[in-house]
Design a protein around this ligand. Structure first.
Ligand code: C2E
Ligand code: MG
Ligand code: MG
Length: 601
């Protein structure tokens, strides 16, 4: 204790330092004051790490000099006693008592005094240590000074911790500990304003986990959470800390890269894909995660930070809609997206307002020329948009959650048409085919729903067309559902066959009645011998598995003849009949002549 200064002066000096609390250098100012006022050799202020095994210094002075901060393990140091027991004084021989404590050795100290820094609820969060090269004497005044200092430090550390916690809540995703959407936006703003100065590019990639909802629904939210954590850990690890990674919404992550260009962005997209090559193990399950990535670049294709992010989102939408793994933004995407928005909004009205209609396209038996059935195809003539092709609106309906309602409506309308023909004594031979989207395989009970809709006419007049890619999205689920649909009496057809990648072994496990060969094989079948052999192989395979074959998109007499030679029994295409309204279908095909003599093939 400095004997030359009065108690009054001591407290005045202390008060002068305490007003600094809240400032960055408060801790250092305070321990420097302590060193001076108490006339001690070394003062160390440290905070205890969350696990309680380690301490990290916040300020250290030694013989009037500041020492840079460091971490030290608590085990084997007098500080460990302070954390466990509170105030500790080792007056003399402290190095011998704590031989593992290198700091004591290095400073060649003799005595140690430690005080825990406590929060308002009494938890130790730090330690104030005073080290002396000689033995210590502690007059009452010195103790009082230390007590005041320690309580002030405690309040300050608690305040800072709370501040940190609030900041974490505001800027961090609690599940993955990654920066959240707010932090992301700030980061993009920052990067873009820096880039105005440095004239370098900023890239933003949004990564969407495909069908994450399905994982949540099928395996529970706990598994979903674990998967998100695993994904963020792997991405953080593989992408490294040069890149900013955030979890932006439930199943979307965003990566921001600075100092980049078009090549750099393409490379980044590639690196992100590499994070998803290996499956993720959650418990005993393994999940192969697929992603869509949307990317954009500032200033290449965006003028502001918010536009940069918006363009990456547009590119992501485009990737999802076109079934691509990734898309890098370009201006035409914005137009396409606007159109998709308009279609989506109008389609909701069309579905609910009942303005969708059906067209029926006939299918014929090449052996007899007779009607074999018809495919019901959805038609939409919109007041504002005009005629919109299903090739355009079906993917939008699928992507934006309208497809179940739409397909249900198509089935109901087909049932109505059959009832109508039936009531008027017209006989419709064969089956009506309706298309079902892959999205029916997720969640709700498709089987019960279809059974309900078709009750009046019975399932046996329906063939359900599923595309190969729909089946392959979830092969086991497809197997289960098709089996149940078969039990109820529906026929199943594999649509657009040849465009997907289903294996022969898998097809054998499915109970399929019909294969529809995709139009792309038929279009140039006359001149393309390779397609002839493919079609011939498909027919042979289908026959061996007891399936009927329908060739789609037959447009000419010549195509028909080749198909007949190859042994294809059923055909559908413009050559025989375009999709037409129910009334037109009835006029053209449900006649006595067609049913007795068939059409000329
Ligand atoms: P899809 O099921 O393969 O239907 C056959 C498509 O080929 C129909 O197009 C039909 O008009 C067309 N087509 C038939 N014969 C010929 C031909 O000789 N030449 C040419 N160039 N085209 C021919 P559409 O009606 O535009 O339907 C396109 C796709 O939209 C359908 O392909 C189907 O995947 C989907 N789709 C249509 N209606 C529905 C529906 O109600 N629900 C679902 N989920 N999808 C539907
Ligand atoms: Mg079809
Ligand atoms: Mg088809």
């Amino acid at each position: 204790m400095n004997a030359n200064i009065s108690a009054e002066q001591v407290f005045r000096e202390l008060a002068d330092v305490l007003v600094y609390s809240g400032n960055n250098d408060f801790y250092l100012a305070l321990i420097q004051a302590l060193e001076r006022l108490l006339q001690v050799d070394h003062v160390v202020l440290a905070e205890i790490s969350p696990g309680g095994y380690e301490a990290r210094t916040l300020a250290v002075t030694s013989h009037g000099k500041t020492i840079s901060n460091f971490n030290y393990p608590l085990h084997g140091t007098p500080c460990e006693n302070v954390v466990g027991e509170g105030f500790c004084l080792f007056n003399g021989g402290v190095v011998e008592q704590f031989p593992k404590d290198d700091l004591l050795k290095e400073l060649k100290v003799e005595s140690y005094l430690g005080m825990p820094i406590l929060t308002s609820d009494g938890t130790a969060i730090g330690i104030l240590s005073i080290l002396q090269d000689s033995k210590m004497t502690w007059p009452e005044l010195g103790r009082e000074v230390i007590r005041i200092a320690v309580s002030q430090i405690g309040a300050e550390m608690e305040r800072k911790n709370n501040e940190k916690r609030i900041e974490q809540l505001a800027y961090q995703d609690p599940l993955t500990q990654l920066p959240n959407r707010t932090a992301l936006q700030e980061r993009i703003n920052q990067a873009v304003s820096a880039s105005y100065r440095t004239q370098t590019g900023v890239g933003v990639c949004i990564i969407d986990l495909r069908r994450f909802k399905e994982i949540n629904d099928m395996h529970g939210h706990e598994a979903g959470d674990l998967l998100l954590k695993a994904v963020s850990a792997r991405m953080a690890n593989l992408l490294g800390d040069q890149l900013f990674l955030a979890r932006q919404s439930s199943d979307e992550f965003t990566v921001v890269s600075t100092n980049t260009d078009t090549n750099g962005l393409a490379q980044l997209v590639h690196r992100i894909h590499e994070c998803f090559v290996d499956p993720f193990g959650i418990g005993r399950r393994r999940f192969q995660v697929e992603v869509n990535i949307g990317a954009a670049l500032f200033p290449h294709d965006s003028d502001t930070a918010s536009e940069l992010f918006q363009h990456a989102s547009i590119a992501l939408d485009e990737a999802k809609l076109s079934g691509l793994k990734e898309c890098i933004y370009n201006a035409s995407m914005a137009e396409k997206l606007n159109r998709a928005h308009a279609i989506h909004a109008r389609l909701i009205e069309a579905i609910r307002g009942g303005t969708l209609s059906l067209a029926f396209q006939p299918q014929f038996d090449t052996r007899t020329g007779r009607l074999h059935g018809a495919e019901a195809l959805c038609r939409w003539q919109d007041e504002e948009l005009g005629f919109v092709s299903p090739a355009e609106f079906i993917p939008i309906a699928e992507e934006r959650g309208l497809i179940r309602e739409l397909d249900a409506l198509v089935v109901q309308k087909a049932v109505q048409q059959l009832e109508d023909w039936h009531q008027r004594g017209l006989s419709f031979p064969g089956r009506i085919s309706v298309n079902l989207s892959a999205h029916h395989f997720e969640g709700i009970d498709l089987v019960a729903e279809l059974e309900r809709y078709t009750k009046s006419v019975g399932p046996a007049v329906f063939t359900l067309e599923l595309t190969e890619s729909a089946m392959m999205r979830n092969p086991e689920q497809a197997l289960y559902l098709t089996d149940r649909l078969r039990e109820k009496g529906f026929d199943i057809a594999l649509d657009d066959f040849g465009t997907g990648y289903s294996s022969f072994a898998y097809l054998q496990r499915l109970d399929l009645q019909t294969l529809k060969i995709d139009r792309s094989f038929i279009t140039d079948i006359v001149d393309n011998e390779q397609n002839q052999s493919i079609v011939s192989a498909i027919i042979a395979m289908a026959k061996s598995m007891g399936m009927a074959v329908v060739a789609e998109g037959v447009e000419t007499q010549e195509q028909t003849e080749i198909l007949q030679t190859l042994g294809c029994q059923f055909v559908q295409g413009f050559y025989f009949g375009k999709p037409v309204s129910g009334a037109e279908f009835e006029r053209l095909w449900l006649t006595e002549k067609v049913s007795e003599q068939g059409v000329l093939l």
